[in-house]
Write a protein that binds this ligand. Sequence first.
Ligand code: OSB
Ligand code: MG
Length: 405
Amino acid sequence: MTLDSADNAISKDAGQTGDTDQIARLEAIELERVVLREIQLPLVEPFRISSGVTSVRRILLLELIDVDGASTWSECVAGDLPNYSPETIDTAWLAIREWLAPRLLGVSFEPRQVSATLDHEVRGHEMAKAALEMGSWALSSLRSGVSLSHALGGTRALIATGISLGIQVSPEALVERAAAALEQGYRKIKIKIKPGSDHRFVAAVREQLGDQAPLMADANSAYDLDSTGDDGAEALRRLDHLGLIMIEQPLAWDDIMRHARLQRLLETALCLDESITSLAKAEEMIELEAGRIINIKPGRVGGFTSSLQIHDRCFSAGVPVWCGGMLESGVGRAYNVALASLPGFTIPGDVSPSARYWARDVVTPEWRMDGSGQIQVPTQPGLGVEVDSERIESLTVRTEIISRC
Ligand code: OSB
Ligand code: MG
């Protein structure tokens, strides 16, 4: 398969962006308190990537409550360990309590102002910032009577869904899961790879599922351009004839320059995930031609304002984007679904339905995918799903209330 068929997996139906008539007017909000909670949710099966395995997801949920008693939930997508980004749920807890949440209490603000407030003299901690920033969008949407998708400028009623398959014990086990996913309607199948579990695994899936199957690989930074071993450029070049839509983040999380060198050695498009933590990094990728596609995870880039900037910049540069996932609960998923409804999100996201992750989600209705691999974008004000606070209470292992002092 050639690049042509890979291009076919990228829909060309992008709508218009920047239509100011469509942009919702969002009310200012004033927060009275923020409640932090850690819940623990077991995955239906362990999820293995090159840098580690997750069996039980430790999830940091926030409840944002305003001075009139209106409230909404948000999710901090940081993991248990700093093996994806430098943040963890414990560093995020500290950052939110000590430096971030206090700045938003007892002052009136609009969602678009939050990022600048949180970024002032606090470097990094994007996921901690994003949990507050995105929660502010949802609460303001709720109070303004508009859906989160509408608040962001979303244009799609349905979003296309892909699945991210963890590293399996054998090519056979992977082929079985990939075939089942295609059968269920998923529109993109992402295969996690690492040195030693790469070409053989992906080639087996290509062989079994045929030339048209929309496949990609994600290495989570497991390769080293300068190595001559099985983790070097040669291993990645071997993937080049497999007709992948893209190879995601093969090299180090903070190394855009070597991705640019690697992109020159490959026909397959590179997509950056870990490396894109801000608009500036996205611009660096575009300018250096270090990749041709961006996976936007709003948590990784500090929230929605930054996601919208990256989306708009990529849209005008003709760089397709898609919405990545961080094994979110139904709460975090609501934010991803809303973001993925924007016009530049022309590649199916890692925004799978609840049942792919959890025996039971923490929202009702659960997120469902139709037989053609699509999820409906809610139209109700705010998040558009009910959060099951009793269930969350029963899953909670620690709580902290941050209020105006
Ligand atoms: O690299 O996209 C990634 C999950 C945890 C950390 C990093 C990644 C992932 C996924 C899962 O691929 C995507 C999903 O939520 O389904
Ligand atoms: Mg990734």
